[in-house]
Design a protein around this ligand. Sequence first.
Ligand SMILES: [Zn+2]
Ligand SMILES: [Zn+2]
Length: 355
Amino acid sequence: MSKDYYQILGVEKKATKEDIKKAFRTLAHKYHPDKKGGDEAKFKEVSEAYTVLSDDKKRAEYDSYGRVFSGGGGAGGAEGFDFSGFGGQNGVEFDIDLNDIFGGFNDIFGGGGRSHRGRDISIDIELSFKESIFGVTRKVLITKDSTCERCTGSGAEPNTKTKTCATCNGKGQVVESRRSPFGVFSVSTTCQTCKGRRVVPEKPCTMCRGQGVERKEEEITVQVPAGIDSGQVIRMGGLGEAVSAGGPGDLYVKVHVRPDRKFRKEGYNIVTDLPVKITDALIGSEYKLDTLDGEVTINVPPLRSTDEILRVKGKGVPMDRSKRGDLLIRVKVEFPQKLSKEAKELLEKLKKEGI
Ligand SMILES: [Zn+2]
Ligand SMILES: [Zn+2]
């Protein structure tokens, strides 16, 4: 029994070409194996359904017979797709036209180069609270596939020539026949000899042995912007793994901020507690206070109660080059642990005063 291509794409039997293309776009985006949470099996399935339903002739055959007989023109260049199991007659040999699928990819992903991209790398860094507020430059060492410095990725020894790849005759792609229980299919894949470059070096680079990439430890400078929050991710385009004949992946730096004993962040403000003696809370006093900008002297006005806020303007989280939020100082009135005889007598007097 054939698969229900309409169900796979989530469209009705009478769906228009436009509906089918739209459904495929959405699903291809969702399941693309390059994406986080992608699903290769599902991606292949929707690609297969799209191949058939987007082609009038194939769709008509599928609608009438529940399977497809017609072959296509030359195979396209979708690397890594294995269409074994594609509905065809047992023992019948035919080509699958991947051009329309591949065209779809170009359409959707802007150039079809994505399947040749290097892997993304994710790392974690830990920052102090102060570093998260003001930003910091952090150097990290990452072991990854990088473009070979000696040959700048060409795979050829400097000042030597390249020649046309004999494996693929300079096409960069090879057509492979694959046998499956349903028939034999021709599928184009990237030529492994030249890695799709179409040429091979006459003398391979001695550093990377012609690979164009070398695995090495690289120091990367991460500029952490001011005001970053724990859990935020900095994307550094092109600093992921390099590949032969293709663009590099990206580097993702996830930030973890160590909680601070004294300070916490509330929006663009920094909040801290200030223990104030009960007498100072009543008649006012000056306090010295450590802040992220160094020690400051705070005037605690008279008659402050617990949780009242004293605001120091412009000592909070940077918003841009010139503006910052505020430092909010929360008064915490402290009661004495014990009272001397004299203190008690004085308090008795205050009591008579009605305080
Ligand atoms: Zn090299
Ligand atoms: Zn080749």
